[in-house]
Design a protein around this ligand. Structure first.
Ligand code: TA6
Length: 293
């Protein structure tokens, strides 16, 4: 039974740091603030929908046309993708990117700590138990634990599908991928060799990089900043921007929004998918912070 904003506030509100609001069509968001930092997380999907460190521009992008409604994926933020990435391997009717990003997660605890405002959420997901910790502070720290609660080995894919706000996707570059090959989803899943240089996006880009080092950065000269991503337990990095033609066909995005974001996603997909023994658990984490350019 999901709680409404009033019930959540009565249990978890922290004066001056954490409150709960109704958003869109029946959704509830946790809204956080601390020394000028602001953040948001939608209980549906445990989806981060905002993070803006003190004195900085927003770091997380959400489409101006995003639809906040039950069972509808929110266009932007950091969707939690599980237990498959992209289309379901065998069932064409199954939702793209799994079912947990539109599921009603349970808020288990909330606290203000030295690192910021920490939310702990959980979800039972068809033979898996998911627990998710989000810490909103000078950094944004996300930690996803997946436990196999079934009596047999189980396989899954996962990703934190982060939409990062940028000045202009044609001006940024992504470092950390230079020495890694990738699967090109815009070219029939062709396996491509490492480029040997930071990634610049010049057209529709939809790439799955495998076995990626744990430190990446998005350099944004337009806003004179770098978004630094430090991850653990996530071997894959997915980079996506649809470019204007595909963006125009997405009713919750639009051709006028495509320049303002790049997805640089941390996950375990394709060759990096995970198989867990009965009762075993796997942890994936990512820390996001800003550096001067
Ligand atoms: O992560 C990139 C991707 O898999 C793209 O292929 C594109 O489909 C994107 O995710 C958005 O997917 P969504 O289901 O949120 O529209």
């Amino acid at each position: 039974m999901t709680m409404n904003a009033v019930e959540l506030a009565s249990r978890f509100r922290i004066a001056g740091a954490l409150d709960f609001v109704e958003a869109g069509d029946g959704l509830v968001k946790a809204v956080m603030s601390r020394s000028g930092m602001t953040g948001e997380l939608a209980l549906q999907g445990a989806q981060v929908t905002a993070w803006q460190p003190t004195g900085a521009r927003p770091v997380i992008f959400v489409s101006s046309r995003a639809v906040l409604a039950p069972d509808k994926a929110i266009r932007g933020g950091i969707p939690v993708i599980f237990p498959w990435f992209g289309p379901h391997p065998t069932d064409p009717k199954a939702p793209q990117h799994g079912f947990v990003r539109t599921a009603p997660w349970q808020l288990d605890s909330a606290a203000e700590t030295a690192d910021g405002v920490t939310l702990e959420l959980s979800l039972a997901a068809e033979g898996f138990g998911l627990t998710y910790r989000a810490v909103f502070g000078d950094e944004l720290r996300l930690h996803l634990e997946v436990r196999n609660t079934s009596p047999h080995p189980a396989m899954f894919e996962e990703a934190l599908h982060s939409y990062f706000a940028v000045s202009d996707v044609e001006r940024i570059s992504v470092s950390g991928l230079e020495n890694r090959g990738f699967i090109d989803k815009t070219d029939n899943m062709r396996r491509c060799p490492a480029a040997g240089a930071p990634l610049r996006l010049t057209k529709e880009t939809d790439r799955v990089y495998l076995d990626v080092p744990d430190r990446l950065a998005i350099s944004d000269p337009g806003w004179n900043r770098r978004i630094v991503i430090e991850k653990s337990g996530g071997a894959s990095t997915i980079v996506w921007n649809p470019w204007p033609e595909k963006a125009a066909a997405m009713s919750d995005l639009g051709a006028d929004n495509w320049r303002g974001f790049v997805c640089v996603e941390t996950g375990n997909v394709a060759d990096n998918r995970i198989t867990l023994a009965a009762g075993a658990a796997h942890e994936m984490a990512t820390r996001i912070r800003l550096d001067a350019q």
